[in-house]
Design a protein around this ligand. Sequence first.
Ligand code: HEM
Length: 374
Amino acid sequence: REAGVVRQDDGSYLVGTYHEIEALLHDPRISSDRRKRAVPDETAVAGEGLSPAFIGLDDPEHHRLRSLAMRSFGPPHTPDRIAGMHDEITRIVKDLIGNFAGKERIDVVDDFAYPLPVTVICRLLGVPLEDEPQFRQWSDAIVAGIDPTPGEDPEERPRAAAEARKTMGLYLGDLADKRRSHPSDDMLSAFAGDSPDGQLTPLEIMTTSVLLLIAGHETTVNLITNGILTLLRHPDQLARLRGEPALMPRAVEELLRYEPPVQMLPQRTPLADIEVAGVTIPQGAPLILMLASGNRDPRRFHEPDRFDPTRGDNRHLGFGSGIHSCFGAPLARLEAQIALNELIQHLDDPRLVEDPPPYRRSPVLRGPRHLLVE
Ligand code: HEM
């Protein structure tokens, strides 16, 4: 409210107002490639093991890789395929809810919100679900590496992240190689197969599938958990949604605004000096875009701190904006809508055991580590 742009002591700049963030996300002078920073930061080490995935590249390279990945996510994978996943997601959700039987309390994270997106992304990519305990560790290490909070040893986490990224890439590259001779109806087979429109190199298959497996792992869990937590804190809205399931798509958009799983984009870099809200941000300075703050900007949203599932014109920043806007948004939306609708229908007079619950220790990804409900 007081300043849209803040310079931090370490020379990085935070931008927290909606219109400025939105403009920067559409500005071709703003790079997503950390290698273009003037001052190398310790988190850049995380990219050294494997070249950056397209989330960390600029056009035209970003566009080429995103389009190739989209084609494999796409027919028969994009919007039609995602819509076709409705029944499958509903079945997974019902199975998970079926496992609650006999439990006095459930952990919404471990029993529900985590296994759902992981099962779905494994099916889509073609990764065996049995290997989950292994790639969960890699995924946790990689996410810890992009965390801008300095750790005990500032180099340790980025180093561990780079190592995990490489190991995960080799694991996924190996799976893709196997698909070359035994293709199936999954994204790794599509990546590995021939196509007249061009193809991902073996290295690009690794970086792209690591990105998708992590994105499918670490974000939707928080949307579902933040969602149920918010509804439990707003029992009137919960009751309304229970009676009107058709409202859920709008409620999910409001959750993406009100409690966005991705709170900030910590790794942009201006390629020239740029002026934002009267402040000159120098070329090469680390630039952090505070999506969660933009989503609560009173100049953009009426009564921004109120959770209102019927809010109109809800163009939030929860999935980012511009060329890097979320690739998996249709899938994440569908999973959250089905999961929340089924869960609130199932839970009878639910109560939070602990409020606030314990949170993940990450300033980038916001969500409870556990959420006990009885
Ligand atoms: C990009 C949020 C789920 C794949 C992004 C970005 C955000 C975001 C904010 C923009 C990053 C940037 O501009 O640097 C979320 C949230 C999710 C979610 C809140 C769940 C609620 C998913 C899922 C997938 C996915 C399920 C994969 C199936 C990606 C990819 C990108 C991306 C590949 C990079 C796009 C690009 O660079 O062009 N996501 N995401 N996301 N997301 Fe998601």
